[in-house]
Write a protein that binds this ligand. Sequence first.
Ligand code: GLY
Length: 399
Amino acid sequence: MKKKIKHLLLIITGLSYMISCTVNKSHEKIVIDNMLKYCVEKTKVSMASLCETDSLPRNILSNQKEWNKVCIHDWTSGFWPGVLWYAYETSGDTAILKNAEKFTELLEGVLSVPVENHDLGFMMYNSFGKGYLHTKNEDYKRNLLKAADSLATLFNPKVGTILSWPAMRDEMNWPHNTIIDNMMNLELLFWASKNGGEEKLYDIAVKHAETCMTTLIRPDYSIYHVAVFDTVDGHFINGYTHQGYSDNSTWARGQSWGIYGFTMCYRETGKPEFLSTAKNLADVFINRLPEDAIPFWDFDDPDIPNAPKDASAAAIAASGLLELSMVVKDQDLKNHYNTEAFKILAALSSNAYLSGDKNQSFLLHSTGHKPHNSEVDASIIYADYYYFEALTRAKRYLN
Ligand code: GLY
């Protein structure tokens, strides 16, 4: 297995340089196929070492080689099942399918406690949602519908958004807070409204996105991490940060969540304002990327160029930009977003970012929570998940 990964790395890193400088489709196809093989092989390596069935991989810190694991109630618990579903989709390997089912079904316990925050969408849609696409398992559908109803209970109609972090009401004195990350969880609501759930789930998702568009997004299309609202009349009080450098800085992963989230909302609703928002957010992200196409963790950290990078923000943006390139009609814009997404994928697929045999993950150099000095310059499961997803989207784009 190790030899196979080394061999793939040689091919990938050699060829990924080519896709950063050429738009030759046949080269791109070979590189994407090899990157996908790399992800499948590395998934198998992790799978072999993950024998416990009550915990899921979350991160590998810079001096470590193996996954640190978390319980099902951690916000990242859906990403490992999601990686397994992409690995199954790519390889058709039934041993991977068995693991995807096992780890997905483990998350059923998430629904046995009252909804804790907006992360329910991340947890359930990337596991049961991806699994349902492949299996049409009715139990998966039931769990997804239950999760969507549960997530919707956090919606405050006066404000027009889903409450992201209930605990922050007391901790920070934020009466009602909504973070940009929460855009990602709307996909569960859209899915449910089309698959037997109530129509109001669609309305909640749309209203949430509309409110975020006019509050979380600043006039220059950079994004606040957190919007805080009054619960009496619902007005927007102020924008803050939690994981970024400062309240007014541009936290790279927040910008990526926005690109991905508003593109997905356009796919689900056809509303042109979501598309133009996604394009504007993408332009800010692309224009502020450094030479190597991988963002620093916050675009405004004064320590740049010595600040840590965030490969996870790059992977999320690459996946979002690929979808954006598929939904825009204008051919020049299609090419533009596609080229930028491939540049990011090529950079992630270089020696500088692939973990190879350094550790069990796909990618190095992500930053989870810099202000808490947590997961800085680490491998993080959601970077791997969105990298894998971006590669599958890239393959679809090229076919
Ligand atoms: N709260 C999700 C993130 O760290 O991006």
